[in-house]
Design a protein around this ligand. Structure first.
Ligand SMILES: Cc1cc2nc3c(=O)[nH]c(=O)nc-3n(C[C@H](O)[C@H](O)[C@H](O)COP(=O)(O)O)c2cc1C
Length: 305
């Protein structure tokens, strides 16, 4: 008998729990030229803001042991272009529900984006990024304060019928405090983690390697940190969690689900190997079988029992 690898998120059934993470898959178009991306559970689009953003100056990527730093700075053409251009044509190469990742520098900007996306049929979930570490004066400020996180959640929830997943920052002392505040404010689910604030110095130039000085660390190096945070948040809330941070194999997917994730996202690993999500989806039933799992849903949070 085959292994059931389908999962569900707020009433949305996914064929499998594998979701390319925001900022690492564009709008899916380029990847759809490499393989049929309809095998994915879903994917999360590049973070969108009210106004177009050029992003940070270069260099904005640096390698690190078992990971990478990025300071892209939410480069995107703005929500109007994303809605009328990218999302309007996505159906040509992707026939499932997509996750729309939005960000903002004020409550009004988050609300504007959510309102704009509410009527787009193909969007299954709105993922609200209150945790981007690479932009000044916004983003992360909302994600590091429980009251602000709750305020964004309430405001976005009020203008859309779509399920709202708040994307949390790991750059806090107690992530469960923010998670609980978002749940109490009406969040349908949570996505975690975003990148960890880090930096490197160019030894010859004696200057920070990234033009932005600091960047967000992701990739396999952060996996144990992400796993720990998903485990803690699972104990603190009842809403579903999309777990991410350093996942690069089918075994990592299963481990993250055992910690409490209902589905997972894969970021940095996709940049290293554009076929990684396809490979993981193919491997997942075999890995499950090896571990005597017949239904992947049964292992969500099993490490807590
Ligand atoms: C180049 C790059 C760009 C990213 N852009 C976004 C973004 O626009 N919005 C967002 O919510 N997260 C963004 N992220 C964070 C990822 O979605 C993910 O939360 C994080 O990288 C941890 O997963 P990973 O270790 O698998 O990369 C970005 C990450 C990278 C590496």
């Amino acid at each position: 008998m085959g292994v059931d690898i389908s999962v569900s998120l707020s009433g949305l059934t996914l064929d499998n729990p594998v979701i390319p993470a925001s900022g690492c898959f564009g709008y899916g178009k380029e990847f759809s030229e490499l393989y049929d991306i309809n095998i994915l559970g879903s994917f999360s689009i590049k973070g969108t803001t009210k106004h177009p953003r050029f992003g940070n100056p270069t260099p904005r990527i640096a390698e690190t042991p078992s990971g990478m730093l990025n300071a892209v700075g939410l480069q995107n053409p703005g929500i109007d272009v994303v809605a009328t251009n990218h999302l309007a044509y996505m159906g040509r190469y992707f026939n499932k529900k997509v996750i729309a990742n939005i960000s903002g520098f004020s409550i009004e900007e988050f609300v504007y984006c959510a309102q704009k996306l509410d009527s787009i049929e193909q969007i299954g979930i709105i993922e609200v990024n209150i945790s981007c570490p690479n932009v000044h004066g916004g983003g992360i400020a909302f994600g590091t304060d429980a009251n602000s996180a709750a305020e964004v959640t309430r405001a976005v929830k009020a203008v859309t019928k779509k399920p709202i997943y708040i994307k949390l920052s790991p750059n806090v002392t107690d992530i469960t405090e923010i998670a609980v505040a978002c749940e109490n404010a009406g969040a349908d689910g949570l996505s975690l983690i975003n990148t960890l604030l880090g930096m490197r110095i160019d030894l010859k130039k004696r200057r920070p390697l990234l033009a932005n000085k600091t960047g967000g660390l992701s990739g396999p190096a952060v996996f144990p940190v992400a796993l720990r945070m998903v485990y803690q948040v699972y104990e603190a809330v009842k809403i579903p969690i999309m777990g991410m941070g350093g996942i690069s194999s089918a075994a990592d997917v299963i481990e993250m689900m055992m910690a409490g994730a209902s589905a997972v996202q894969i970021g940095a690993a996709t940049l290293k190997n554009p076929y990684i999500c396809k490979e993981i989806i193919e491997r997942l039933p075999l890995e499950a079988e090896r571990l005597r799992i017949t239904n992947l849903k049964d292992i969500i949070g099993v490490a807590h029992l």
